[in-house]
Design a protein around this ligand. Structure first.
Ligand code: IPM
Ligand code: MG
Length: 368
């Protein structure tokens, strides 16, 4: 059998710096664990626009559809703010999600013990937090038609459309129920069924899928605004949350900040299983391209490294190796190593991006 294949798209801003540390971890697996990947690299976002005049070249799109998993760094930057909407760096990422049909976006919010003090919430509210937001990623208001800015009489009107089919809701619900079964068997579905027809349908379909296939999982429903409130009040009441594209975008940023730093959080975007049984998949850190610190060796590579760990778990069925990476990260944090985004404790000097990589590699060595 051939090696599993990875397409690396470092992107813009701090993307290339944090991805460089992931590449070292991939090499470590080849050298020390006999797990080799076929790795290729390409451009996405602003850097692709600079070279090709488009944030995602068709050849890159074709490659992404062929490989077992895509690892993405980050896209965007102030340099591209004035570009036409159709060629903005973010469009590259949205095209990957849509054409790979990555409908299930897994965004864990986990609070590492060593970092519980970094949250803006009280320590006992977040210590030990481990929840998973499943965000629908290929439909809803992000893609619904009609959309655009039109002329109506003598003023302009901006239109976006929230649209969900039953099958789109059912497939993301199934992926969330499956995850809940592997965790604490609890799922909370969030929508606005009190004001939106798409929310009423969402609640109906999730309930139907539950009754027909997953009645062993404990299911609750919440309006998304109340969900935001409950997430800040007592986030540990949740296990898995499933929600639509836009609510998921907002709630996952909120949940991320509960853990103290966006620099820590990975994500996986999964599609349906392909012929070889592996889902179409893209892994990326939740943080953005952080142009203010790009090129300075300050960025925290942990979210990107944990995204690779998610690839090991969800694409390659190597849960034990994923845990090995996660434990190495935990050990390094417990040892007091901090990148600049995690400072606050007295007397701690920050480590650089590559020093954090060094420390994680040493912890991996120690795990053998
Ligand atoms: C995210 C981001 C993206 C989104 C942007 C960059 C298009 O905020 O992945 O959460 O809105 O989905
Ligand atoms: Mg977002």
């Amino acid at each position: 059998m051939s090696n599993p294949s990875l397409l690396i798209l470092p992107g813009d801003g701090i993307g290339p710096e944090v991805m460089a540390e992931v590449t070292r971890i991939i090499d470590w697996f080849g050298a020390k664990r006999g797990i080799a990947f076929d790795v290729s690299e390409d451009l996405v976002g602003g850097c692709a626009y600079d070279k090709h005049g488009t944030p995602l070249h068709d050849d890159t799109m074709a490659k992404a559809l062929e490989v077992d998993a895509v690892l993405l760094g980050a896209v965007g930057g102030p340099k591209y703010d004035k570009l036409d909407f159709s060629v903005k760096p973010e469009r590259g990422l949205l095209r990957l999600r849509k054409e790979m049909d990555l409908f299930s976006n897994l965004r864990p919010a986990q609070c590492f013990d060593a970092l519980a003090d970094f949250s803006s919430l009280k320590k006992d509210v977040v210590a030990g937090l481990d929840i998973m937001i499943v965000r629908e990623l290929t439909s809803g208001v992000y893609f619904g038609e009609p959309r655009g800015i039109f002329k109506e009489g003598n003023e302009r009107v901006g239109i976006n459309t929230q649209r969900y089919t039953e099958s789109e809701i059912a497939r993301v619900a199934r992926s969330a129920f499956e995850l809940a079964r592997k965790r604490n068997n609890k799922l909370c579905s969030m929508e606005k069924a009190n004001v939106m027809e798409s929310g009423i349908l969402w609640r109906d379909v999730v309930t139907e899928v539950h009754e027909a296939e997953y009645s062993d999982v404990e299911l609750t429903h919440m309006y998304a605004d109340a969900g935001a409130m409950q997430l800040t009040r007592w986030p540990k009441q949740f296990d898995v949350i499933v929600t639509d594209n836009l609510f998921g975008d907002m709630l996952s940023d909120l949940a991320a900040m509960l853990t103290g730093s966006l620099g820590m959080l990975p994500s996986a975007s999964l599609g349906a299983p392909t012929e070889n049984g592996r889902p179409k998949a893209l892994y990326e850190p939740v943080h953005g391209s952080a142009p203010d610190i790009a090129g300075q060796g300050k960025a925290n590579p942990i979210a990107c490294i944990l995204s690779f760990a998610m690839a090991l778990r969800y694409s390659f069925d190597m849960g034990d190796e994923a845990t090995r990476v996660e434990k190495a990260v935990e050990a390094v944090l417990a040892d007091g190593k901090r990148t600049a985004d995690l400072l606050g404790e007295e007397g701690v000097t920050p480590v650089s991006t590559s020093e954090m990589g060094d420390a994680i590699l040493a912890a991996l060595d120690a795990s053998l």
